[in-house]
Design a protein around this ligand. Structure first.
Ligand code: MOS
Length: 748
């Protein structure tokens, strides 16, 4: 092989991290051969359909399944009396097993939210099961549900963060903002419905499952079903996204598993779109009062953020709206409080950017109001209040470039052309509005393992019990392994989504990439050492010591030889008659920092800035988000193509958050989430997608891992709604503090 070509190949391979390679699982998906949960079918498989309650508060007076039991194909009608026992997940403070709705299904006869499952029909076909579920007669003692949208504090507020004297500083501040911001309940609505296919072999379960954490699912199912964890295998090869709704198990999961165990037949249960609005979580309604005090030149002297969110009757879900507030700006006096208000709604859960996303809508809207009041440019106001110290922890940041996000984004957007007057900018007969918001999201690492096998056929297998929720985990892992071994990503087979594999991280909190890098690097080193050892037993290096052999770019060579004269590792393995060598690596988590269980040494977050243009046609009351520029500081970007996809997807979702999404619990209709379908619950479509630019600053954050990669799954949503609301104010003069922004809000 000519030397020059080898060298250029080497250079190419060495920089595989950072290359925009197409998704390695793309062909499987576009050809329809990727196996999603509900694609699993087994001989003798039965179909389960839950019976949801049609009231939101009260109790079951009578449940009559006799007619349903006699219907064709019906194998069982399960309810509280005959399904068997479900245990509760033991309470834990360390995140070791997580479940949001702690009450197991069928636990009592009390109804606490609309859609709560009261029975389960199991039949030979989906249609038969559906018909049987519809034939169940339930009578209720009905009470008036509480689904109000104006929240009032139930108990003493919980102090989430505090420094200085925020009240005194606010009282004496020359300039003040005191406003309340509201974000509605939002339903995740991934394209793929929640589903489970449960198989029981008499001893053990195999659960094909739509989950963002196969490991947590295994532990939770083990606890609730009363079987040891090694007798619960959870498989999730492909997911049609989750947005947080699939992080933790829901009540249908144990129902399907119990049905399979009781009937000794595989059981498939798919949660339909309507039930998705009732029983598998949502982002709760938040009501957030923000008080900012500043000097005349815009220096923050006091920040108060008091928020309430709704939860279900039995669970204390805390949205954590104050997550970003303590560290985003320099401010000596700060106080954040929270409160949970228990309503007759299903249990809320994390939705993309939980806490920070609704929290930043409030905080960044208030910052824009402060900028207007002070007549200071909103970018300039944020630059003046930047900090290099996380004042909540009194620690420096691992890597913070918010200022550069603001300036680089402003440059790309053309912000210097902005004129501040309301309605002062026009283009092609349209009124333009320009708005900006800062963004931030946590950066943490989870405990995890991965195994790399180098094989005699020249291929590489990397295995990890994590899952790809559609964000590009398969691709990112292929790239990191390729980088670690110096070989082509095409040679790498990535195997995910099975608890039989080494324990991987959950797909949440934008933590998978940052978590896996150390494990992969260590696994690669260990696999390489095994090749070196194998080489000493036979073949061209036999008799050498392993220490004298170097592995570079997939080849083995003596220390005193040039890498280009090395022998490909597969030839080494072939000569030694070894099929494959295996190395395992481990990442140590720092997630405990986030839970406040250990004291961190540095504060680790990602940052961003988002610039929005809206067009407004007052004559026909037409509002459109036309252009969004996002600048992101999320460490080193492994794949700018999948990375850009993440930010663009988040921006489009942010348009929906700002303008469309709103789950309506109807107190005129027994507390049902009334718009429980994709016609009435409006999400952004391609037609709503603005022109988008994404800038990655690409400063490696080597605190988290050797490659310096943080996560990017959530931060792209963090500033969008606020920047849109501020752009709408700039165009129309109407400040909308309650999402979604409706046309009715803008017609004055
Ligand atoms: Mo995300 S809300 O951590 O799935």
């Amino acid at each position: 092989m000519p030397t020059a070509q080898s060298e250029s190949t080497e250079n190419k391979l060495l920089s595989v991290v950072g290359r925009p390679i197409p998704r390695v699982d793309g062909p499987l998906k576009v050809s329809g051969t990727a196996t999603y949960t509900s694609d699993h079918n087994f001989p003798g498989m039965l179909y389960a359909v839950p019976v949801p309650s049609t009231i939101a508060k009260g109790s079951i007076a009578a449940l009559d399944t006799t007619a349903a039991e006699k219907m064709p194909g019906v194998r069982a009608m399960f309810h509280r009396e005959n399904i068997g026992r479900f245990f509760r997940v033991p309470p834990n403070a360390d995140f070791s097993i997580v479940i949001d709705e702690r009450r197991p299904p069928f636990d009592d006869d009390t109804i606490r939210y609309y859609g709560q499952y009261v029975a389960l029909a199991v039949a030979d076909s989906l249609e038969q099961a559906k018909a049987a579920a519809d034939a169940v007669k339930v009578t209720y003692h009905e009470e008036t549900p509480d689904v109000r949208t104006k929240l009032t504090q139930e108990q003493e507020p919980k102090v989430e963060s505090q420094r200085g004297d925020a009240t005194a500083a606010f009282n004496t501040a020359p300039v003040k903002i005191d406003q309340t911001y509201v974000t509605p309940a939002e339903t995740h609505n991934p394209i793929e419905l929640h589903a489970t296919v449960a198989v029981w072999d008499g001893t053990a379960f195999t659960l094909y499952e739509t989950t963002q954490s196969i490991k947590n699912h295994q532990l939770a199912m083990s606890a609730m079903l009363g079987v040891p964890p090694e007798n619960v295998r959870v498989v999730s090869r492909f997911l049609g996204s989750g947005f947080g709704g699939k992080l933790w198990p829901w009540t249908h999961d144990v129902l399907a598993a119990a049905a399979a165990r009781n009937l000794k037949r595989p059981v498939k249960l798919v949660v339909d779109r309507k039930m998705m609005f009732q029983t598998v979580g949502h982002r709760p309604l938040t009501q957030q009062r923000i008080r900012l005090g500043a000097t005349a030149n815009g220096t923050l002297v006091s920040t108060q953020h008091d928020f309430l969110n709704h939860s279900s009757i039995l669970d204390d879900y805390d949205e954590g709206c104050g997550e970003a507030t303590p560290h985003l700006y320099r401010c000596p006096n700060l106080r954040i409080t929270s409160g949970v208000v228990h309503l007759n709604v299903g249990t809320p859960t994390a939705m993309r950017g939980p806490g920070a996303v609704p929290g930043l809508f409030a905080l960044e809207s208030a910052m824009d109001e402060l900028a207007v009041k002070l007549n200071i440019d909103p970018v300039e106001l944020r630059l003046r209040n930047d900090t290099q110290i996380d004042e909540a922890l009194n620690l420096p940041f691992t890597s913070r470039h918010l200022k550069e996000c603001l300036t680089a984004g402003a440059e790309k957007f053309g912000w210097h052309q902005r004129t501040p007057g309301v309605g002062s900018m026009r283009k092609d007969g349209l009124t333009l509005g320009w708005g900006v918001a800062a963004a931030t999201w946590i950066a943490n690492r989870l405990d995890c393992e991965a195994t790399i096998d180098l094989k005699a056929d020249g291929s590489v297998r990397v295995a990890c019990g994590t899952q790809d929720i559609g964000t590009g985990t398969y691709t990112m892992l292929a790239q990191i392994v390729a980088e670690a071994l110096g070989i082509d990503p095409d040679k790498i087979e990535v195997v995910l989504g099975d608890t039989a594999l080494p324990t991987g991280p959950l797909s949440g909190g934008s933590m998978v990439t940052g978590s896996l890098v150390p494990a992969i690097m260590e696994a690669a080193d260990n696999a390489i050492q095994k090749v070196q050892l194998a080489a000493t037993t036979a073949g061209p290096f036999s008799g050498q010591t392993a220490e004298n052999l170097v592995f570079s770019n997939g080849r083995l060579h003596r220390k005193d030889q040039s890498p280009v004269n090395g022998v490909p590792y597969e030839q080494v393995l072939q000569a030694a008659n070894i099929n494959s060598v295996s190395g395992t690596g481990r990442s140590q988590g720092d997630f405990t920092d986030l839970l406040g269980l250990t004291k961190p040494k540095l504060s680790s977050h990602s940052f961003g800035a988002q610039f929005v243009e809206v067009t407004w046609q007052p004559e026909i009351a037409r509002l459109r988000v036309s252009r969004v520029v996002t600048a992101i500081d999320a460490g080193r970007i492994i794949n700018p193509r999948t990375g850009r996809n993440q930010i663009e997807g988040a921006v489009v979702m942010g348009v929906g958050m700002a303008l469309f999404e709103h789950t309506t619990y109807d107190d005129q209709n027994r507390g049902a989430p009334i718009n429980s379908n994709l016609a009435d619950y409006v999400v952004s479509t391609n037609g709503d997608a603005p022109e988008m630019d994404v800038i990655f600053l690409d400063y490696p954050d080597t605190h988290l891992n050797a490659l310096g990669a943080r996560g990017i799954g959530e931060i792209g949503l963090a500033g969008v709604a606020s920047a849109i609301a501020s752009a709408v104010y700039h165009a129309t003069g109407v400040r909308v503090r309650e999402l979604p922004i409706r046309i009715e809000d803008l017609i004055t």
